[in-house]
Design a protein around this ligand. Structure first.
Ligand code: AMP
Length: 232
């Protein structure tokens, strides 16, 4: 199964991608994570990406396309993958089609997490305040101003992918404002309907664990909804 998670920063893409990884044994391919690791280890791609990432801007298409092409060519991607944070522009989506076409495979579905941006910004501001008060470490792009820039980049450059994938019949939209478990359930229903969702045997138990009861209502908004800054 080859999937794309689509949605603005803070929508819960990373959280849901992790659950798909556990349930279906897919490879989680987050360009944001790969880039952060590249920045931390000072590779040429990392040095190229650092300034844009800190400003909340997109890294050049050719940098991320090269990263994804290389990763998808590795043997562990053959069992399927979930792309989280890629593609983010129409040229990236076209490059992905080319990369997959060269390998004789296609995407099975693009899952869009639909969220209310205004509520998202408020939640993230609250979360950053809470994390700062607790003395927790924030990502260098975790602040409301940078987030607004990232949302603007999403609207301008990434949102057109909704039409791109609707036109190819791959788009499936989910209410990303619902509780995390409800979003997961909706995604699983979609995957059953695209007829490819076969839970990985070894991982099936991990999938069950995830059907835990809903977080208590006093667990805070970020526990109930997909607003984990670190994994989106
Ligand atoms: P993320 O963790 O997906 O929110 O990504 C963090 C940052 O990495 C983004 O704000 C961009 O600067 C950069 N980035 C990640 N994925 C891409 C991509 N597909 N295209 C361009 N920049 C990206």
């Amino acid at each position: 199964m080859r999937l794309v998670m689509l949605g603005p920063p803070g929508a819960g893409k990373g959280t849901q991608a992790q659950r798909l990884v556990q349930k279906y044994g897919l490879l989680h391919l987050s360009t944001g994570e790969i880039l952060r690791a590249a920045v931390a280890s000072g590779t040429p791609a990392g040095l190229n990406a650092k300034a844009a990432m800190e400003r909340g801007e997109l890294v050049p298409d050719e940098v991320v396309v090269a990263i994804v092409a290389e990763r998808i060519a590795q043997p562990d991607a053959e069992r399927g993958f979930v792309l989280d944070g890629f593609p983010r522009t129409v040229p990236q989506a076209q490059a992905l089609d080319r990369i997959l076409g060269e390998r004789g495979v296609k995407l099975n579905a693009v899952i869009e997490l639909k969220v209310d941006e205004g509520i998202l910004v408020k939640r993230i501001e609250t979360r950053v305040t809470q994390m700062t008060a607790r003395g927790e470490r924030l990502r260098s792009d975790d602040n409301a101003e940078v987030l607004k820039g990232r949302l603007a980049a999403y609207r301008e450059l990434t949102a057109p992918l909704v039409d791109y994938y609707a036109a190819s019949g791959l788009l499936r939209s989910v209410d990303g404002m619902a509780p995390i478990d409800a979003v997961t359930a909706a995604i699983n229903r979609i995957l059953r309907s695209v007829g490819k969702a076969k839970p990985a045997r070894r991982k099936a138990r991990a999938g069950k664990v995830l059907k835990a009861p809903q977080p208590r209502s006093d667990a805070g908004p970020s526990a109930r909804k997909g607003t984990n800054l670190g994994s989106n």
